[in-house]
Design a protein around this ligand. Structure first.
Ligand SMILES: [Zn+2]
Ligand SMILES: [Zn+2]
Length: 318
């Protein structure tokens, strides 16, 4: 499928008729793509497989040292986003960063590295920077949250961050990972305002929700979870949802992403999430595994197909 064609499936009402077109028109479906080689490559791959939003790393996610992306690369990704209507652009931060660490060397390195993340996100023109809240091993949850907020202040000192929103991501809650409870995320956002003027919202990961004990796979569980998101975090503060199925069951506290429809959330679970009226307008971005070639395309297409309310056009899930 050519990029233009694929994109139509998700966003171009003119190419489709009837109510389906109106539903699809509102939907932003994307995936994390690789930018090894160039930033533009990530955007082109997203467009090629039918996505209309994407997430990338702005540098290697497992190295402290960030490679510099030149002006030409930045210009090229901006051009590709415009051409293929790829919005929003989300950057995920480096996995090594732990702004909540009680180990000073790690916190100092994390602050420096996160500042770099923000500077690159601003340069690239990304709307959102997704960040894991961090790990509070060695001190209490309260102290971990306080440490994170002070660190956010240090990382943004004297920086003009307008145009960028940092999204704190909910976690599966393994070990001492902060942010598996929505209440913790809410406190982080509130307390951070004492230290930084950075705009802060949330990214909700469906796999992490299930692993943390929020049963978004069932009708009642999803209703309850969306209710909690609304009352605790505010749905307007959640522009991005990480759409990942889960290899492990409810409450496992294990973070293992599965292909859409093949895990404990399942196809019907995702259909309910994608068509939930209160989640309309969110950007759904998959971070699913690539076990064989084109798994990225299949997961994006599955998400697009599941945006239809009826199951007539997709295979019945088990
Ligand atoms: Zn995620
Ligand atoms: Zn995860």
């Amino acid at each position: 499928m050519r990029p233009g064609q694929a994109r139509c499936l998700a966003v171009c009402a003119g190419c489709l008729q009837g109510p389906v077109s109106r539903i699809l028109l509102l939907v932003r479906i994307g995936i994390h793509t690789s930018t090894s080689g160039s930033l533009e490559k990530g955007a082109l791959r997203a467009a090629e497989i039918g996505a209309n939003t994407l997430q990338i790393f702005s540098a290697s996610p497992r190295m402290w040292k960030a490679s510099i992306r030149g002006e030409a690369q930045i210009h090229a990704i901006k051009r590709a986003r415009e051409k293929f209507d790829l919005h929003p652009l989300v950057i995920h931060d480096n996995y090594l960063i732990n702004l909540a660490s009680c180990e000073e060397w790690l916190r100092v390195k994390s602050i420096e590295s996160f500042r770099g993340e923000i500077e690159r996100a601003l340069a690239i023109g990304a709307e959102y920077l997704v960040a894991h809240p961090g790990n509070c091993k060695g001190h209490s949850v309260e102290m971990g949250i306080h440490t994170l907020c002070v660190a956010l202040g240090d990382a943004t000192r004297d920086l003009d961050t307008s145009g960028l929103t940092v999204l704190l991501e909910n976690t599966a809650g393994s070990g001492n990972a902060l942010g598996s409870r929505f209440e913790e995320l809410a406190v982080m956002r509130m307390h951070a305002a004492n230290y930084t003027s950075l705009a802060i919202g949330f990214c909700i990961d469906t796999c992490h929700c299930l692993s943390a004990g929020y049963n978004i796979a069932t009708v009642d569980g999803l209703r309850e979870t969306v209710g909690l998101l609304e009352s605790i975090l505010g749905l307007d503060n959640i522009p991005v949802v990480h759409a990942n199925d889960s290899k492990t069951p409810l409450g496992s506290h294990v973070d293992r992403h599965e292909h859409i429809g093949r895990g404990y959330i399942g196809e019907e679970g995702f259909r309910r999430i994608l068509t939930h009226p209160k989640l309309r307008g969110k950007a759904f971005i998959a971070e699913t595994p690539v076990d064989v070639e084109d798994d990225d395309r299949r997961n994006v297409q599955t998400l697009i197909n599941l945006c239809r309310k009826s199951r007539t056009t997709t295979k019945k899930s088990s």
